[in-house]
Design a protein around this ligand. Structure first.
Ligand SMILES: Cc1cc2nc3c(=O)[nH]c(=O)nc-3n(C[C@H](O)[C@H](O)[C@H](O)COP(=O)(O)OP(=O)(O)OC[C@H]3O[C@@H](n4cnc5c(N)ncnc54)[C@H](O)[C@@H]3O)c2cc1C
Length: 325
């Protein structure tokens, strides 16, 4: 079936980017999102500017104009290691709300859930996966975040909880900070994130399970966190969500038939994000307290690559004891 009319449900990072990409190429696309303007969706706003630039260039946006703070040193600490500093490979925070707004400026958007008839519905609703529906199995981690004007560390700071149970972060935002944590359950979260004086507090669950084999039904296809394009190690979801949106765009540009497009997309997503399955298995192994073997070296190297992609010049030897004990 030929795709004439497209609806995108969810205008966060992935949906807004895909909408701009499709509209610029002449597709008939309508965007839906019931959120009120500037609604503060919980997110640390941290990303790798070098990667963000590559995507924004494709839609004529200068990513550098949105930077709030650039990392110079990134500190990692854990339950059994003293703080270790790493250099930056592009880690920064950026004004995500403004960028999302600008990506869809002037396009056909509606502040409501999807209504009407469309040949293709794109589920870009993040953790809620509103249109694709509940997956067969999932791993959702509760997270809470404060917007505050002071923090203990002036630069980017991560503290990893024992046994892969989550981590605490402090990210500078120009004049403010994001201080937050994601943890395996609310007890661990409460124990590790004490209330701080704040301007705002937000929270939601984050999807850590890649759902790479559940990315479409007949006329609905998912992108972003809806299909689990979130790093199981860092919780990084911004660049991976943009990447999934770009993959779908490329499949739509080269294909005509809906069935072929979604199948092609599903294959490409599996190819592009297969390493998330390995990282997910690594996370579960750490959480179960299982012993590491030499065969786990591949996953450890993938974790290193994942952190470097996030913009952190991560050296595994400096923190191996924590992650491998
Ligand atoms: C506390 C926290 C901190 C995080 N920090 C970072 C970070 O620092 N860096 C990073 O890279 N990632 C971070 N992430 C992950 C990242 O924010 C997400 O993975 C990423 O933004 C997902 O983008 P998305 O477009 O898939 O979904 P979202 O950005 O979540 O957008 C989903 C959109 O769908 C809309 N929606 C919901 N239901 C419907 C519906 N029925 N119809 C239409 N629209 C609907 C919502 O209003 C929303 O606008 C964090 C996540 C959490 C929870």
């Amino acid at each position: 079936m030929k795709i004439e009319r497209i609806a995108i449900g969810g205008l966060g990072m992935s949906g807004s980017y895909l909408m701009r990409r499709l509209a610029d190429s002449g597709f008939d696309v309508t965007g839906f999102d019931p959120k009120v303007p500037d609604y503060y969706i919980p997110c640390g706003y941290a990303t790798n500017i070098n990667k963000l630039r590559q995507y924004m260039r494709k839609i004529g946006i200068d990513a550098d104009e949105y930077i709030l703070s650039s990392a110079s040193k990134i500190t990692f600490s854990g339950h059994d290691f003293r703080p270790v500093e790493f250099g930056s490979m592009g880690l920064c925070t950026f004004d995500k709300n403004r960028l999302e707004r600008d990506m869809i400026a002037g396009l056909n958007t509606k502040r409501e859930r999807i209504s009407g008839e469309y040949d293709l519905i794109v589920d870009a609703t993040g953790v809620s996966r509103s249109y694709l529906g509940e997956p067969e199995s999932d791993l959702l981690m509760p997270a809470r975040e404060y917007l505050t004007d002071a923090s203990d560390h002036p630069d980017f700071y991560f503290h990893f909880f024992q046994g892969g149970k989550g981590y605490y972060w402090e990210f500078p935002l120009g004049d403010h900070f994001h201080v937050g944590a994601g943890a395996i359950n609310l007890d661990v979260l409460d124990a590790n994130l004490k209330p701080v004086p704040h301007l705002l507090i937000t929270g939601r669950k984050i999807r850590l399970k890649p759902l790479l084999d559940q990315v479409y039904t007949e006329n609905i296809v998912g992108i972003g966190e809806a299909i689990g394009t979130v790093s199981p190690i860092t919780g990084e979801g911004i660049i991976p969500s943009l990447r999934s949106a770009e993959i779908l765009f490329q499949c739509m540009k080269k294909g005509e038939d809906r069935e072929e497009i979604v199948k092609d997309y599903s294959r490409e997503i599996m190819k592009g994000f297969r390493h998330y399955n390995d990282l997910y298995n690594l996370l579960i192994k750490v959480q179960k307290g299982e012993t590491f073997h030499i065969r786990d070296l591949k996953s450890a190297m993938l974790a290193r690559k994942d952190l470097r992609n996030f913009g952190i010049d991560f050296r595994i030897t400096r923190v191996a004891k924590h992650f491998l004990s």
